[in-house]
Design a protein around this ligand. Structure first.
Ligand code: UD1
Ligand code: CA
Length: 469
């Protein structure tokens, strides 16, 4: 019989708490701070994703201000608990609100703030490992920064951390300390809640400060360790719209850098907006001012010109999207060309090698392989076959005032310019529709449909009319 591998003692008793109850006054917002989006994703989502990489036994999110909005925005997950802190009397008070869930737990608690989204999972991993190997009451993640404004300062006595002082309560000398508290900690759960109850709100804000635990542990002769992160960007907190923008810029630059490292050309990273989950294939070229959002994937060898916005769409290889297209919820097959100034709306499918030109709008429409709609058209609720030509100014009249109706245009058909196709209607294979025709009945395969009356010319009309001024 084989011996079972020794279980990983490190992770087996790990619990995560994320603080997110605060009002976020400095955001000046009607919304919970942690739901403000950093490059399209709520900031707390980054924290929860990195925390999940630790595979903790439980994740407890402390909510309070706008608790319901926050709770409904975050999906329930196994091991995830919400705890309400009401009123919000500070970070120590917030952690105390989890006593009902964690007071009897043993092992390690990792405490995170919902407003520190850049933190990387491997820093958390290092925190847990350092905490496990040194066995202190607490390990505080710190960083040395150029601008320590707004953060709690790490006050050392010799090598050891003695206490943390908040900016408002700091002496001028303490304010000059450049080592700051990230607000991220590992705690030994044993004795934690008992120590938390010793914290008083004896400070400028009349709040219960979690960092006061450091001094309490020190007084009791319990050791506190620190873990310093080399890149202070990682622990930046977001407290204002300005910081939201700065952190968003960092998140964007990381995403752009990762794509460039994987072989994507980004001509101007400063103006390129690519959200976290977007994938882009090698040798694709992205011009300035492009936005790629949501669950968008773009294949290899594509070229995306300036001013294009693509949301939740799938794009094949060697696709060219010319300037100023808006593409949402669409699928574009390889070798297609789109734009400039095209609008592809949800459930649009552009098949291999098809062409969509200027001022063409498609919605819930399949444009078959090799087909073209080059100028000024509205194609909605339509199924268009292969090698169809849609003339300039073609409109599918899909709405009869009550419901949306389907238009079918079969392979090889030719729709003359300025035609209206009053749905439901089918234009058969290889059929022609003359320019300016209003199609109200099906057109058989191979037929020519015309509806305009015979042209009449009135001789000499212009001369008889009053002269133009
Ligand atoms: C906190 C730390 C500071 C540290 C900084 C790092 C305290 C007192 N100060 O300051 O030392 O340098 O983080 O970013 O902890 N929250 C609650 N309930 C409350 C109050 C806050 O859940 O009653 C939550 C907030 O929603 C937020 C987190 O705790 O997610 C931190 O609170 P915040 O007010 O942003 O603290 P800072 O002033 O940034
Ligand atoms: Ca903060």
């Amino acid at each position: 019989m084989e011996h079972a591998a020794p279980s990983m003692p490190l992770m087996s008793d790990l619990h995560v708490v994320v603080l997110a109850a605060g009002k976020g006054t400095r955001m000046k917002s009607a919304w919970p701070k942690v739901l403000h989006r950093v490059v399209g994703v709520p900031m707390i989502d980054y924290v929860l994703r990195e925390a999940a990489a630790l595979a903790p036994r439980t994740v407890t999110i402390v909510v309070g201000h706008q608790a319901e909005a926050l709770q409904s925005a975050l999906s329930p997950q196994p091991g995830r608990t919400f705890v309400v802190q009401e009123p919000q009397l500070g970070t120590a008070h917030a952690l105390l609100a989890t006593a009902g869930v964690l007071e009897d737990a043993h092992g390690t608690l990792v405490l995170l703030s919902g407003d520190v989204p850049l933190l990387a999972a491997n820093t958390l991993q290092r925190l847990v490992e350092r905490h496990a190997s040194l066995g202190p009451a607490a390990t505080v993640v710190t960083a040395v920064v150029d601008e320590s404004g707004g953060y709690g300062r790490i006050v050392r006595s010799g090598e050891r951390i003695a206490r943390i002082v908040e900016e408002r309560d700091a002496t001028p000398a303490e304010r000059n300390i450049r080592e700051i508290n990230s607000g991220i900690y590992a705690f030994a759960l044993d004795g934690l809640f008992e120590a938390l109850r010793q914290i008083a709100a004896a400070n400028a804000q009349r709040e219960y400060y979690l960092p006061d635990l450091v001094a309490i542990f020190a007084q009791r002769g319990r050791r506190v360790e620190t873990l310093s992160v080399a890149n202070p960007d990682e622990i930046r907190g977001i407290n204002s719209r300005g910081e939201l923008e700065e952190v968003s810029r960092i998140v964007r630059s990381h995403k752009n850098a990762a794509l460039m490292a994987a072989g994507v050309t980004i001509e101007d990273a400063a103006t390129t907006y690519i959200e976290r989950d977007v994938e882009v294939g090698g040798d694709t070229i992205i011009h300035p001012g492009v936005s790629l959002e949501g669950a968008t994937t773009i294949g290899a060898g594509c070229e995306i010109h300036s001013g294009v916005r693509i949301v939740n769409s799938r794009i094949g290889d060697r696709v060219v999207v010319y300037n100023h297209c808006v593409i949402t919820g669409a699928t574009i097959a390889s070798d297609a060309r789109i734009g400039p100034f095209a609008h592809l709306r949800p459930e649009t499918e552009i098949r291999e090698g098809a062409r969509v030109g200027n001022f063409v709008e498609l919605k819930k429409t399949v444009l078959g392989p090799g087909s073209k709609s080059m100028h000024l058209a509205y194609l909605g609720d339509a199924t268009i076959g292969a090698n169809v030509n849609i003339g300039a100014g073609t409109i599918t009249c899909n709405y009869d005032g009550e419901r949306k109706n389907q238009t079918v245009i079969e392979d090889g058909a030719f729709i003359g310019s300025d035609s209206q196709l009053v749905a439901p209607v089918t234009v058969g294979k290889g059929a022609y529709v003359g320019s300016g025709t209003t199609i109200r009945e099906d057109v058989p395969p191979g037929a020519l449909a015309v509806s305009a009356g015979k042209q009449r010319n009135i001789e000499g009309w212009a001369d008889k009319k009053a002269p133009r001024t």
